[in-house]
Design a protein around this ligand. Structure first.
Ligand code: MG
Length: 277
């Protein structure tokens, strides 16, 4: 009943406003009906209107645990050998120590980096400060994961590795920091002698043809499952001295640091990466 009245009103209004739609053109009432139907249809949204069916995400078989590599991961260290790594110094085979499924820093050999290069990725890596660690501050189990190695030495973007259980240092240089750029949001460090995890999402910086910065790098880090970097926008490469700045690159190795301090060398295990589009 109500609908009929409404339609009559609409019709009457339209006839009044547009005399040319009157009796001369008997099709007019049909046209008015159909316009009203369209209006009603538009307001009656359905759940299906907002369903998206493509593209279908690829199937990835997860690891047996959430720290084991999923089916599409590139395994960088599985406890057996350093086939995926080279010395940063001369690109010769990496010579850090592999024993009992664990990779231990050889400080005399310097930094090592992956043979493969990466753009955007998800990284899992585990590390352990030795139980007998000595030293203080930055000289107590210092190492680092360079999320992109852009040159020799410590060039690149360092996620700090350091004993942070009971070890005072500058907070933008403690474990979980983006070295001298981002203080970690929390300190979830475990004791020396216990294995710890970093899970990282790295978005590389992009550059214009003239090498100026187009988009900055971003990083998200979970340290032992606790969020310590939340889509942090980097200001450039991490630097020991001076302000950060960007240097053009498009794809880079991941690098592990052999720090020059005298404390006992730290260890790594279970390193894998998933490339992202
Ligand atoms: Mg370091």
């Amino acid at each position: 009943m109500h609908t009929q009245i409404s339609k009559s009103l609409v019709f009457a209004t339209l006839v009044a406003l547009a005399p040319h739609l009157s009796a001369q053109k008997p099709a007019a009432p049909q046209g008015v009906k159909s316009q009203a139907a369209v209006a009603m249809q538009a307001t009656a949204a359905k759940p299906e209107d907002t369903e998206v069916w493509e593209p279908v995400p690829k199937v990835v078989t997860p690891g047996a645990t959430c720290t084991a590599p999923p089916s599409d991961a590139i395994v960088l260290f599985d406890g057996k050998n350093l086939d995926e790594w080279v010395s940063v110094r001369d690109k010769s085979p990496a010579k850090w120590t592999v024993a009992d499924g664990v990779l231990t820093v050889n400080k005399a050999e310097g930094n090592i980096e992956t043979k493969k290069t990466f753009k955007n990725y998800q990284l899992h890596i585990e590390w352990k400060i030795p139980e007998n660690i000595t030293g203080t501050g930055q000289a107590r189990g210092n190492s680092g994961v360079f999320l992109a190695s852009t040159g020799t030495g410590d060039d690149g973007y360092e996620l700090q590795v350091l004993d942070a259980y009971n070890n005072k240092t500058y907070v933008n240089g403690q474990a979980g920091s983006i070295y001298k750029q981002a203080i970690p949001l929390a300190n979830p460090a475990r004791k020396p002698g216990e294995w710890q995890t970093y899970d990282v999402v790295w978005t590389e910086p992009t550059f214009n043809a003239d090498s100026s910065l187009k988009t900055p790098a971003y990083v998200t880090v979970f340290f032992n499952g606790v969020l310590v970097q939340n889509h942090f926008e980097l200001k450039g490469e991490t630097r020991y001295i001076g302000k950060p700045f960007y240097k053009m690159y498009s794809s880079a190795p991941i690098k592990l640091q052999a720090h020059g301090d005298r404390s006992e060398p730290i260890s790594f295990r279970n390193i894998w990466v998933r490339e992202l589009d």
